[in-house]
Ligand binder design. Structure first.
Ligand code: C2O
Ligand code: CU
Length: 477
């Protein structure tokens, strides 16, 4: 499996380029609209699905993109249990779902809201849910030492005190994270705040959460988890749990809130007509300034917030959201509406730069299971960090990358990358909680834990590496 293709063709666009590209795009898009599409048929087989993922040639059967229900985190029960899910066209798969949904319900809340969630474990093994990207105290962080046995419950209670962002909830039990996420335990947790609300970004049916992942189905169409030390790479994409999905869109501006929920696969997102996507935010919320890009890389656990402008295409145009790394078609966007609406905002947000680190720590991601030569042990604490102190953390790898590096308990700012791709990318600006380390790279970040004392985690978010032990405890003191 080759996931090492590097994003050579990243092109940071200027406003002027965007305008000319958008008009050029109209020509190309006609080609796509001529492509033959057969809308949903009943009872499609596994074989249909294998043909449906093809990038070109032959009929592609597509299914309506699914959306998990939207719920509030106040008084929410999250029941982790075995369920079945229709992946599209009546193709039923066994999954491990939150509240029977695959992916789990989309949790939405505002900054300042109280979260009270009861996790119920109806899985056949221990589990615990972590709120990736949420800054919560140790007791609410859902770490491996908090895992609960089958039949048990865990109560989370915390107040949301952080910027608007798309976060990612998923299990985090010791050595079982990859399996449980793969089998369907994953969902989006969207926080809004007054800064974001004032921007009047596309919302309601114009705001589309996309949980991207890959999967391999067995002969009974069930998700089959066959991890390898280099990671679990599935044979097909599933978007919001839908195979070969399509979405009808109007001639309007849409906001896509995208989460890479794959165990190991990195996506290189682009539109089939090479039109720009306006990147407005990432892991930790809005960027200081929006930027137009025609390719965006997303490693495991990273989030991307983009505006896509469909206003100037003729009706019946089809544009595909693609993964340029695998060549996969991820989502077919079918443009059609009686009228044109919306505006494409340029966004900005104030981001205070971290400066003057007082301590530097270096973390080497070694082989497939170690950080600084050590595998994770639940009760070993490898370093302590004073609360409120700005530090420089240096991540580097001794091979077996990519390693998407993730930190709990604080967001960080990426300040440099040397070796490998040897540059920073626009989607790495602002506040991050996960940053991609490719082979030979050294990435420096500035970080400050300012909310809570307690034990947190640093780990590789390639879930198979995490489960093999590429994870460490540290304590904020
Ligand atoms: Cu998304 Cu420690 O995890
Ligand atoms: Cu790794």
């Amino acid at each position: 499996m080759n996931t090492h293709s590097s994003p050579n063709k990243i092109h940071v666009m200027k406003r002027r380029d965007f305008v000319s590209l958008a008009s050029a795009a109209m020509g190309t898009s006609m080609l796509w609209s001529c492509k033959k599409n057969i809308i949903e048929t009943e009872g499609a087989s596994h074989l249909d699905m294998m043909t449906a993922r093809g990038g070109g040639g032959g009929a592609v059967i597509r299914y309506p993109l699914k959306f998990p229900t939207v719920v509030s985190p106040s008084g929410l029960t999250l029941d982790s249990k075995l369920a079945t899910s229709d992946l599209g066209g009546g193709l039923i798969s066994n999954v491990w779902a939150y509240n029977g949904q695959f992916p789990g319900p989309t949790i939405k809340a505002n900054r300042g809201d109280q979260v009270s969630i009861q996790l119920q474990n109806h899985l056949p093994e221990q589990t615990i849910t972590h709120w990736h990207g949420m800054i919560v105290n140790h007791d609410n962080d859902g770490q491996p030492m908090h895992a609960i046995a089958p039949g048990a419950v865990f109560n989370y209670n915390y107040i949301i005190n952080q910027r608007a962002a798309l976060n990612f909830y998923h299990p985090h039990p010791h050595m079982l994270t990859g399996k449980q996420v793969y089998l369907g335990q994953a969902g989006a947790f969207i926080i809004n705040d007054s800064e974001e609300a004032a921007l009047n970004l596309p919302s309601g049916s114009y705001e589309i959460p996309l949980v991207l992942r890959d999967a391999t189905l067995d002969k009974n169409n069930n998700l089959s988890y066959k991890p390898a030390s280099g990671g679990m790479f599935g044979k097909i994409p599933l978007i919001n749990g839908t195979r070969s999905p399509f979405l009808n869109v109007e001639r309007a501006v849409y906001r896509f809130r995208i989460l890479n929920g794959s165990n190991s696969r990195i996506f290189g997102l682009a539109l089939s007509n090479n039109a720009a996507m306006r990147l407005i935010g990432n892991d930790g919320g809005l960027l200081a300034a929006s930027v137009d890009l025609n390719r965006i890389e997303m490693s495991n656990g990273e989030r991307t917030d983009v505006l896509i402008d469909f206003r100037f295409y003729p009706n019946n145009t089809i544009i595909i959201l693609k993964d340029l790394r695998s060549g996969w078609d991820l989502l077919e966007l079918r443009i059609n509406s009686a009228s044109v609406s919306g505006t494409l905002p340029v966004t900005s947000s104030s981001i205070t730069a971290l400066t003057n680190p007082v301590t530097t720590r270096t973390f080497s991601f070694d082989a497939m299971s170690k950080i600084n030569g050590l595998e994770y042990e639940m009760d070993r604490i490898d370093w302590t960090v004073p609360l409120g102190q700005t530090e420089k953390w240096i991540f580097k790898t001794n091979g077996n990358a990519p390693h998407p590096v993730h930190v709990h308990g604080a967001s960080f700012q990426v300040i440099s990358r040397t070796g490998g791709r040897n540059q920073l990318f626009p989607w790495e600006a602002g506040w991050k909680d996960t940053v991609l380390l490719e082979d030979g790279e050294t990435v420096e970040v500035l970080i400050r834990f300012e909310n809570y004392r307690g034990v947190y985690l640093l780990h590789c978010h390639k879930l198979e590496h995490e489960d093999m032990g590429m994870m460490a405890n540290f304590e904020v003191v």
